[in-house]
Design a protein around this ligand. Structure first.
Ligand SMILES: Nc1ncnc2c1ncn2[C@@H]1O[C@H](COP(=O)(O)OP(=O)(O)OP(=O)(O)O)[C@@H](O)[C@H]1O
Ligand SMILES: [Mg+2]
Length: 203
């Protein structure tokens, strides 16, 4: 059993809290703090499918199994960090809160384009694709890539899309259109970034 405390805290959503793994700087541990375990169970079963498919893990953190903690059972994932070792921030953060340097806009919009292509190419199914569930991993001051950390898998009653690539890709294309709208709305105040994104999305 590992002991988590406030000094390990990384971030939280509505259901889970994320902590740095006390014994491994490359990992994080997520514990459920509200609601039941059904979301986490669905995520884990979709991860099993992806592990069997042997995907390349460039847009998803790897899942390293479950571990007992003082806060209940935790799920262990790669901790997403920037080139300077800081824990990465969410795409939502970069779109809405931070005044991006003009030099960062091109890298961010390119990362969004690559992410969209890869999600579709690798046929990774997600529920709503939200900027708060995507990390922007900076690989240099002005470039980076996006990694989706939550809401992957299929909530359909009969999840046939998880097994039929053609159907999966149709579903993903629909979700990506909605994602584009969300992204544009969130960065509306940043005219330079909006312009970059519009030209990427219409390319
Ligand atoms: N692999 C990771 N690397 C770095 N930070 C992470 C990672 N996973 C989660 N986080 C941080 O923890 C926060 C909460 O994680 P997560 O989105 O999985 O929680 P959640 O409660 O399931 O979210 P939701 O409210 O969308 O249901 C994220 O917003 C992010 O800041
Ligand atoms: Mg979340």
């Amino acid at each position: 059993m590992i002991l988590l405390n406030a000094s390990h805290f990384v971030g939280k959503g509505l259901h889970r809290e994320c902590y740095r793994h006390p014994d491994d700087t490359q990992l994080c541990v997520k514990v459920v703090v509200a609601g039941d375990l059904s979301e986490s169970k669905r995520e884990q079963s979709y991860y099993k499918l992806l592990q069997k498919r042997d995907i390349c893990w460039d847009i998803l953190p790897r899942f390293h199994g479950l571990i007992e903690t003082n806060m209940g059972t935790g799920a262990v994932f790669d901790l997403i960090r920037d080139y300077d070792e800081e824990v990465s921030k969410t795409l939502a953060h970069y779109l809405s809160y931070e005044q991006l340097a003009a030099s960062e806009n091109a890298g961010l919009s390119q990362a969004i384009t690559v992410f969209k292509q890869e999600l579709h190419r690798q046929a990774i199914i997600t529920m709503t694709i939200s900027p708060k569930n995507i990390m922007y991993k900076k690989t240099s001051a002005n470039s980076g890539r996006l990694i989706i950390i939550d809401n992957i898998g299929n909530s359909d009653f009969i999840p046939i899309c998880s097994y039929v690539t053609y159907l999966a890709k149709k579903k993903i294309a629909r979700k990506l259109l909605r994602f584009e709208d969300t992204v544009l709305k969130m960065c509306g105040h940043n005219k330079a970034l909006s312009k970059h994104l519009l030209s990427e999305f219409r390319a």
